[in-house]
Design a protein around this ligand. Structure first.
Ligand SMILES: Cc1cc2nc3c(=O)[nH]c(=O)nc-3n(C[C@H](O)[C@H](O)[C@H](O)COP(=O)(O)O)c2cc1C
Length: 189
């Protein structure tokens, strides 16, 4: 698969088959991910892979966080649906910014360059997964249980996102995009 093909065919997957993903494939995915560029080549990322039955605990913590936020009056948005997707997916990879020590909130700490580097690494992961025949979902709804998941995952640094990975059990069409010509200005001749 060439790169443009992977870019065109990738979709957010919200229905996964129960089939486990072999450890070797997850390792190949991570090997591709760490090839991403990073500011000053700082490689600020840290990955925590949750697989197998452990994901039930992860999802329980997320659901408890969502319930707590709802009690506080927050709108749960799509988070309950996302928790169901994470329960289905055999693997979820959390991505932390280890250059942002002791950060306890998604919008605290974290140099913008390091956060960009990690965004690039996540996109690299998604495209590599596409090439390896794996479906993915990039997830920020984990922020509904930010501190709780951070503690459960044994991290003190900044949680950036999670990516659920597995074999897709759906084949969604392309989601709408603003045409590039509507979001681009040209300066020049
Ligand atoms: C930073 C970021 C956070 C996202 N968080 C979630 C999420 O928590 N739950 C979810 O279902 N999708 C999430 N998505 C997926 C987007 O909804 C999806 O990329 C967008 O709707 C376009 O669809 P596509 O990826 O199939 O092209 C996230 C995507 C990004 C880039």
């Amino acid at each position: 698969m060439d790169t443009l093909e992977a870019i065109a065919s990738r979709r957010s997957i919200r229905k996964f088959k129960p089939d486990p993903v072999p450890r070797e494939l997850v390792e190949r995915l991570l090997e591709a991910t760490v090839q991403a560029p990073s500011g000053k080549n700082r490689q600020p990322w840290w990955f925590v892979v949750v697989e197998g039955e452990k994901r039930r605990e992860m999802v329980r913590i997320l659901r408890e966080g969502i319930a707590k936020r709802k009690e506080e009056g927050a709108d749960p948005g799509s988070s309950e649906w996302t928790a169901n997707v994470m329960e289905q997916a055999p693997v979820t990879i959390f991505i932390f910014n280890e250059a942002a020590e002791e950060s306890s909130a998604p919008d605290e700490g974290g140099n913008v360059v390091d956060v960009q580097s990690i965004g690039g690494a996540i996109q690299t992961m998604l495209l590599a997964a596409e090439d390896l025949g794996l479906g993915t979902l990039w997830i920020c709804d984990v922020f509904y249980a930010y501190r709780e998941l951070q503690a459960w995952l044994g991290r003190k640094d900044q949680m950036i996102a999670a990516v659920s990975v597995g074999y897709a059990d759906e084949d969604p069409g392309p989601r709408p995009r603003k045409p590039w010509s509507e979001v681009t200005t040209w300066i020049g001749e």
